[in-house]
Unconditional design. Sequence first.
Length: 240
Amino acid sequence: MNVKKPGSGLSRAVWLLLLAIIAPARGELLTPGEAVLKDLTKALAKDDQTTAIARLREIGDLYRYPASPAEAKRLLDAAAKAARSPRPRIAVAALRALGRTRSAAAAAHISAFLKAPSQIPAGVPALVAAVQAAGRLRQSSLYPPLLRLAKSAGDKTVADQALFALGEFGRSDPTMRRKVFEQVLNLCPALMRGRARWRRLRAPTLRALQVLSGRRLNSVAMFRDWWRVAKERRNPFQDN
């Protein structure tokens, strides 16, 4: 429809009304990332946890297809900030979003949680989510703190989830797999010294070794025997 300008038959009042309607619509042409960030900010300010969690879920996917590098950073920073919420549901959703980004940049945020678990406002649920996110990210900076948690975390759920996360490194390149497998195998004597702890952690430990090695062996001794020969190969995870 052709709209006439003021003075050509259409009253000035009607023309201004049309401009008032059209201008905000043009201003709302946000990218998907900008729209999610706007909604997330409002939801967090209102303590609308349902909306905030839904928008955090979107961040993990949107991060991989941002409108610009600057927008990608804003998405990552927003998730990292939300991960420090004292609300467990918000913190868990944010940490899961960081894991879904599959970004090396997210590893620094996750590493901070793993290295100082007592400082996480949302407590154990958020720490478990951070451990699981570390398994998704599979960055070299993350397996040392996972090993420490597997060895000495006071909460057994955190410890066994750390072992499962270490198993995720079985999908890394052979060099990384070799390092992590050897570290988990070397951790076993320390785990086995505490009888009650070992009863709880034996299954996740063996599962981590199985996934890392690609071998369905059923004892630490069997893995040691296999590794004694396999580690001499260039890629110990390939069948001869």
